[in-house]
Design a protein around this ligand. Structure first.
Ligand code: MD3
Ligand code: FE
Length: 205
């Protein structure tokens, strides 16, 4: 495994997971899930997405992968990142700046995320911090090249991953969600939150 990868199994106890889902539901009411499309081909993702934070990640046929400050369908600014998630970043990120984006991924039955590198952020010295909620998922992380050997981990509700150091630019993805393995969400499926720093940290904030 690459240096800088940390796996905190069940970081959030059940009661905290419920609180996080309530926060996510509040965000979804303001900033609904939408289905991104691939640059050029326009092929829809199986994962649905939205964001909170000053910046949000999105992708569509016309504009490709990017960060912007507004929801692509409502045109409204993204809601703020909840304090509970900022507190998580403070606790685990070990990095001097704040996160600017929180991407919210929703995996309904059958959704997956092919192997990719998160490379649209300028500040790749900052880690990405991920929270899993709901059904278990088979996650893979490899190396800096697509063909490098992969490690697979079953991510469970409440788990936190920290992708810092060398692991920040590793290939990774979600192979499968194991339907009905958690009772946390009202629907089946899985939510993943990823906290990210996007712009360069060049001064004390
Ligand atoms: C390893 N999300 O949003 S989170 C993504 O579960 C993404 O929804 C997956 O990949 C999900 O981009 C995986 C864990 C994760 C996030 C960022 C990483 C793993 C990573 C960056 C580098 C290496
Ligand atoms: Fe990713």
């Amino acid at each position: 495994m690459l240096d800088g990868f940390k796996y905190l199994s069940r970081y959030f106890p059940d009661s905290e997971q419920v609180a996080l889902v309530n926060l996510v539901n509040g965000i979804l009411a303001e900033s609904p899930l939408y289905r991104p499309t691939m640059p050029r081909s326009g092929k829809p993702f199986s994962v649905q997405m939205t964001n909170c934070g000053a910046l949000g990640w999105l992708s569509d046929k016309a504009g490709g992968y990017r960060y912007q400050s507004t929801h692509p369908e409502t045109g409204r600014p993204w809601p703020k990142i909840p304090d509970k998630l900022l507190a998580l970043w403070e606790d685990v990120a070990d990095w001097p700046g704040n996160p600017e984006a929180c991407l919210i991924n929703y995996y309904a039955v059958g959704a997956k995320l092919g192997s990719h590198v998160d490379g649209d952020e300028v500040e790749t010295r900052a880690p990405v911090v991920s929270v899993s909620l709901g059904d278990d998922a088979v996650f893979h992380v490899g190396g800096l090249k697509r063909g490098d050997p992969k490690t697979r981990i079953v991510l469970k509700s409440g788990d936190v991953l920290i992708l810092g150091g060398e692991s920040r630019l590793a290939y990774h993805g979600i192979d499968k969600v194991n339907e009905g393995t958690s009772e946390l969400l009202q629907n089946t499926g899985r939510i993943n939150l990823t906290l990210r720093r996007v712009t360069a940290l060049d001064k004390k904030e």
